[in-house]
Every structure is written in C-alpha cells, then in structure tokens.
Design a protein around this ligand. Structure first.
Ligand SMILES: [Zn+2]
Length: 216
C-alpha cells in the first residue's frame, strides 16, 4: 500500500497540515536537555518547519525499512528546496535542509561571483536508493536517504553547468564547479567528485552520513 501522504507543506500552514496528515508524530514526554538540542541535526517536526521556512515544496513520505538495513525515516519527496529540482528527490528531511543551506551559502555566492546570475535549478540523479556502495557489501548512505547525487546546475539566463561536460574544461564553468565542490565540504560530511574516482565522473555525491570525507 502506498502510504505517501498527499500533504503539500509550505510556509505558515505547515503545522496545520501536519496535524491533519501525520498523526503518528507525537511530542516527547519531556524536552531533551538544551545541549542535546544543539548537538543534534534538526529532526522530526523541527526539520520540516525549517524546510518549509526556506520556501521548499515537498510531500511527507511514509517510513521505509527493509530486512537488509535500508531505511528512510523523516523522509520527504522534494520538488523544490530554495530553488527548483529538475525532478522530485526522495530523501531524509535533514539532507533536504543541508541542500538548502548548500544552495544559499555556497552555490548562490559562486553563481554571483562567476556569472553574476542567480541559481535557478538543481539537476540531480537521485537520492534514496536501497543499494550498497558500488563494488562493496556496505550499504550506501543513499540507502538511508542521506545522500544526493547532483549532476549539474542551471543559472538564470539559461546558463547550464554540467559536471560531466564542464568539470575538466577550462573556463568559468569549471572554476564555478571547483568552488562549489570545495564549499560543499563545509555543509556535507562526504563530498565525492570526478576527482574521487571514475564512478563520480558525472556527478557530485553529497551525503550527511557519519564518515567525513572531502573529495573536492
Ligand atoms: Zn551518491
């Protein structure tokens, strides 16, 4: 049965929508200590509120779990973070918030610096995917909805920047991608680029898993 909630959340109506569409979310019996709040990434309602506050468009998706360890909790189907995505991405809410931070703190400034244009769209290859890291028997962070593969960026003025086409070229697109990849390491715990290995010749792998690695 498809348990996806047909509940588009946006702006100030988020709480009302959640009340109607996600009755399983309950408040904890007592608030955690303040130090725990500071150390934890946003989760649950707090995360969804942050996502709505940046103008994201998303649907809450039902939890997923499989016997081989794949799991998606606090998942959303995201069609827009702070900018549009070329297609919906299913991912955990904290990764969607990290994507929004990446766009506003890293990609938009780089777009202004190199092209004097605004970021208009993110093109991606997908996020949640119940699979191992290729060539290994270890689950990928994609299997927990904590990883997103970005193929390229579109700026206003129909400026297309593709990792596959432009990473190796000389010129402003290549310099833009280089800067964006380095900046991604300040937002995500893992950044893999064409510099990392041949598997990533055409995309940036960005994840918020527990094993930090900057491949920019
Ligand atoms: Zn990936």
């Amino acid at each position: 049965m498809d348990l996806r909630f047909a509940c588009r959340a946006a702006g100030v109506v988020l709480l009302a929508l959640l009340a109607g569409c996600a009755p399983r979310v309950v408040a904890p019996p007592s608030p955690p200590p303040e130090s725990a709040i500071r150390l934890k990434p946003p989760s649950g309602l707090q995360c969804l509120e942050r996502l709505a506050a940046v103008g994201a468009a998303f649907e809450i998706v039902a939890e997923r779990a499989s016997s081989n360890g794949c799991q998606l909790t606090n998942g959303v189907s995201l069609t827009r973070s702070s900018v549009a995505l070329d297609k919906p991405a299913t991912l955990a809410c904290p990764l969607a918030v990290a994507l929004s931070d990446f766009e506003t703190q890293v990609v938009q400034p780089a777009a202004q610096r190199h092209f004097r244009r605004k970021l208009a769209r993110i093109n991606h290859f997908g996020a949640y995917d119940c699979r191992n890291i290729r060539g290994t028997r270890r689950l990928s962070e994609h299997a927990r909805g904590l990883a997103l593969d970005i193929a390229g960026f579109e700026l206003e003025g129909n400026i297309r920047i593709s990792i596959k086409e432009h990473w190796k070229n000389a010129g402003p697109r290549s310099r833009f991608l280089e800067e964006v990849a380095k900046g991604a390491c300040s937002i995500f715990s893992v950044v893999l680029t064409p510099r990392s290995d041949s598997e990533h010749h055409d995309h940036f792998h960005l994840d918020i898993g527990p094993r930090p690695h900057c491949g920019a």
